[in-house]
Design a protein around this ligand. Structure first.
Ligand code: GDP
Ligand code: MG
Length: 239
């Protein structure tokens, strides 16, 4: 065997995928199957805050308690709280967030991860805006996202195109050092604010997007947009 090759591959960073879920019985099996087949992850942590549908029964067969872990809490706590709970168990060099729906294409995670490894980047985001073929959600969500991105760039000079993207791939130790406080959907604004305050460059690659409707299970709402604005302003004041 080529020793230089084996040395190189043994040095390759590792990846934890955090999957926050709440009542995702319609999509979770398909999502986890795709994740298993298409993504080169070393660790997958699924965090369920009190799903009241059949999600738990559907997730369990995928988990072995080692590289695939299922954390189940009795009460609903929010996406941010779920990500923070998962992060406590994450052990890999990088973490990325994957929702329990089918709005994103898990294979895109490989491209983000490869880019991070090749460029030793500490933060690589998937951007729906950089992909002209990406689907567009409700107008209010689309323009809300564009406004949050604009505000992020004004406040933190982030130079990004998609603040609200789910696909945020970040150096795990860096993310842990942020001591996140988010409980609900303020994970995104808190993270971009803290990356900005830390002077970390955010790299972006185009990704696919297939938005789902509220009837299909989308949980984010207008009030979460207001909370995101407040979170960005709050962290900019603490500069
Ligand atoms: N664990 C947990 N996950 C949640 C909660 N609320 C939403 N999620 C998950 O967060 C992800 C994002 O939700 P979604 O409604 O698709 O919003 P968006 O993709 O950010 O626009 C999905 O996987 C949800 O199941 C919660 O209270 N607890
Ligand atoms: Mg989603």
């Amino acid at each position: 065997m080529d020793s230089s090759h084996s040395k190189k591959s043994s040095l390759r960073p590792t990846l934890t995928v955090l999957v926050p879920i709440y009542n995702e019985e319609a999509t979770i099996v398909s999502l986890l199957e795709t994740l298993k087949e298409k993504v080169t992850a070393n660790q997958v942590i699924i965090i369920d805050n009190g799903s009241s549908d059949n999600t738990a029964e559907l997730v369990k067969p995928f988990c072995d308690g080692k590289s695939w872990v299922y954390l189940r809490y009795a009460e609903i706590q929010g996406k941010g709280a779920a990500i923070r709970a998962g992060l406590k168990l994450a052990t890999c060099d990088y973490v990325v967030i994957q929702d329990g729906d089918l709005e994103y294409e898990p294979a895109d995670i490989n491209r983000l991860f490869d880019y991070a490894c090749e460029n030793q980047a500490r933060a690589v985001f998937g951007s729906r805006i950089l992909n002209q073929q990406a689907g567009i959600s409700y107008q209010r969500y689309y323009w809300g996202g564009r406004f949050l991105t604009w505000l992020t760039n004004r406040l933190f000079h982030a130079g990004i195109t998609d603040e609200a993207t789910c696909y945020k791939l970040i150096d795990r130790r860096l993310l842990e050092s942020f001591d996140l406080e988010c409980r609900e959907f303020e994970f995104c604004p808190e993270v971009v604010a803290k990356l900005g305050l830390a002077g970390v460059k955010i790299h972006e690659l185009p990704i696919a997007y297939h938005p789902r409707s509220i009837e299909e299970g989308k949980k984010i709402r207008g009030k979460d947009g207001i909370a995101a604005i407040w979170t960005l302003l709050k962290w900019s004041f603490r500069r």
